[in-house]
Design a protein around this ligand. Sequence first.
Ligand code: ZN
Length: 77
Amino acid sequence: MNPKQKKNRKKQLLAKYGNKCWWCCESFDEKDLTLDHLLPKSKGGSDCLENLRLACLECNQERGNSLFPPSRCVKRK
Ligand SMILES: [Zn+2]
């Protein structure tokens, strides 16, 4: 994705999910939210909207290329 596409995706995700981290469900400033791939790109994940969620830096960094949610994730069982 080029920067313009990324910005576009982020806008779409913000409209869909609000300015919340998908994992820890906390609210963040737009600028503090990153695009996170549910299925990491390194594992063949695509850049389509269905595979993208907004994540805070902390969650995104902890997750890295993992297939699993970060420890901060509130949806984790
Ligand atoms: Zn988070």
